[in-house]
Write a new protein. Sequence first.
Length: 620
Amino acid sequence: MKKNHLWLITALLACKGIFAQNVEQDSLKVQQLDEVVVSDSKFELKRENSGKTVIKITAEEMQRNQGRTVAEIINTKSGIEIAGSRGRDGDVLGVYARGGRGRQVLVIIDGVRVSDPSTFSAEYDLRLLSPNTIESIEIIKGAASTLYGTNAVTAVINIITKKSSNKKIAGNFETSVGTNQTADDQNYNFGSIQNSANVNGTLGKFNYGVDFSNRYKSGLSASVTPENEEDIFSHFSTNVKLGYQFSESFGVQVYGNQTKFKNEYDASMAEAPNLGQNEQQRIGLSSELGYGKGSVHLNAAYTDYESVANDTYGESITEGGNWVLDVYNKYVFGKQFHTILGVNYIKDEAVFAEEVDFTIVDPYANVVYVSDFGLNLNAGARLNNHSEYGNHFVYNVNPSYVFDTDKGYVKLMGSYATSYITPNLTQLFGAFGGNPELEPEENSTIEGGLEFKLNNTFRISTVYFDRNETNAIGYDANFMSINVADEIDANGVEVEATWLPWNTFSVNANYTFTERKGDNAIRIPKHKANVSLWYQFCESTNASLTYAYTGERFDTDFATYSDIALDPFSLLNFSVRHELIKNKLNVFLNADNLLNEDYREILGYTTRGRNFRLGLNLNL
């Protein structure tokens, strides 16, 4: 700790003036409290005109979390629990939002849904993401199937990657090293290395971007066993983007991605030389044609997935592919009606005993009404057409009303929405328990909330949600996939607050209460809270201190098939960032689990103790 204090004192002495203010700090304030949101309507609307609960992780917040994974950053937000995000890098991550399961959260990258159809749950693996390629993240909480289709039940995680610089050539390079140790074994060996490089720019009407990143983790065992042998995780990702702006109103962009990772793991909670290898390859195209008060958008992509597991059970290979095409027209009538009319096409493919696939064709429509007297209304409908079971209709109604005050506003909001999850290929055609007669899982969600904003320095919101799941897919006595008769109900309250008393200091806090009835609700904490303090010591140095509380939850002991209560735990994290050359070169230091708390996140799996990371970031 004395070394940390010395580091801080050195940074303070390097400052040009305590409490210095600049344009960047002012823009930070505006972006946090007067932000524009896109995901809930596909239009850029002020937050006060949105009736949905949308969390925006800005570029500034991503920068403050240099060296941390995407899962770690998202896990600090209300209503979301990512099991495995605090453990060894390489642990399988489950994204639980609003008391739901991972299959009920949809991940979108630059307008294109991503999911692996060859896996049992068809979830997208967050380990595939590199935070250095991401500009910002928007998270819609609640049902959003009207705009985004299947799996958009409890949340949509919309990831926006970085755009090309307006300069002819620009670059960003980052490297960091850190410890990777448990609370019991504080050996301070450098078991974590991360690197990234990005080159991009604009030449006339042509823009380009190429980036590469890798991370390597060693020193921790996947499971808690007497041997505690280390399991290594390595990740490599490459992205290429090429775009051409034919005119002011028409542009096209093509892109490609390849991501590979190798992960040593422990099967059946025992040490063994198990190795998993995953590879994702994606190519895509996006285009926008503007006309008058409207625009036509096209997003298309094909993704290929391959996973190879070599373990005590032998070698297994899963292969899958996913085609996505989303075409929609945006048009604004006057200044009040923002309309969307589109069609979405999905084809999922996988190889089991033989090649199998299904297709989905969904026409959808959505309209947002923004009045000049405070009323806002977001409403829409979608008709799901599935090649295996036919049609399914979903809709949403989302009114809100804003009362303007002298120094801010008070917003009342509510919504009722239905959503669905299509059976995946394993459930329909898998060698064990496949049932082509399955129907989609159905959900209905009702929400009500209040948001108060004051002087662009303080905002607080609270939302109550109640969700009902029916037609969920489970198993009968012969392990055949069936639509079970039991219903599941989840409800809760989310509270979020942001306070900016001055440009150099901010406080963000959130609290979530979640209750799930109808099953054992494993890995879903009933209480969860996060508090983040950020302070700009001077123009060149800032620091943040975060506190995270995760309440009691249950996990299943598969040795006895009984549910075990896991104790609550609290984690304290610290980070500091110092600019050696303004807007060019900065160094950062992260200290996670500062108090070295020993806790269990997932039954039988390793968690990280106190760890440090030191990094360098260069902009050219």
